[in-house]
Ligand binder design. Sequence first.
Ligand SMILES: [Fe+2]
Ligand SMILES: [Fe+2]
Length: 196
Amino acid sequence: MPPYAGDLAADVNVLLAAHRCEITREHVPRVAREAVALARRFGVDPGAARTAAWLHDVGGIVRRADMVALCESLGVAVVPEERQVPMLLHARISVALARGRYGVTDAATLQAIRVHTTLHAEPTPLDLVVFLADKLEWDQGGIPPYHAELSAALDGGLMAGARWMLTWMASPQANLLIPHPELRAAWAAFGVIPPA
Ligand SMILES: [Fe+2]
Ligand SMILES: [Fe+2]
């Protein structure tokens, strides 16, 4: 890997291309645009939102089969759900790269990267911005089926948007492989009934 030259967007683009992460490479700039727009709309630091959004999925450059071992070597505690679905660890690896390669030290930015998939019990506005931008600009092709409803829920604010999204994630449509403990904590905190 060549050293980081200081242009975040350009470097992430090159890194994802070098690892043939084409879906993520197309997804990340959309998330960054959306995160900055949400940040401006809801009074969150757009610079932190931009940094977190550009870096949120960079951990995806690591092969799924290597994710558990890498996290263990980094001293990250791996929970059983992450052993079962190692892709859940991509956000942890994104945090390690944000720190190690990109020199991000801001705890709030690193936390927003870490919880972008699952959220957690006490999300900050920055956590909510990155989580919701990632969901509005998903990486599953086309416009997500919930886009209009989530956008409408966001008219009630970031917490209302997050509650709507978490409720959708508990529905059969979400087809979740396994709920991460932090997602279960978010459901409990937002009063969302978890799937049976
Ligand atoms: Fe992700
Ligand atoms: Fe993403």
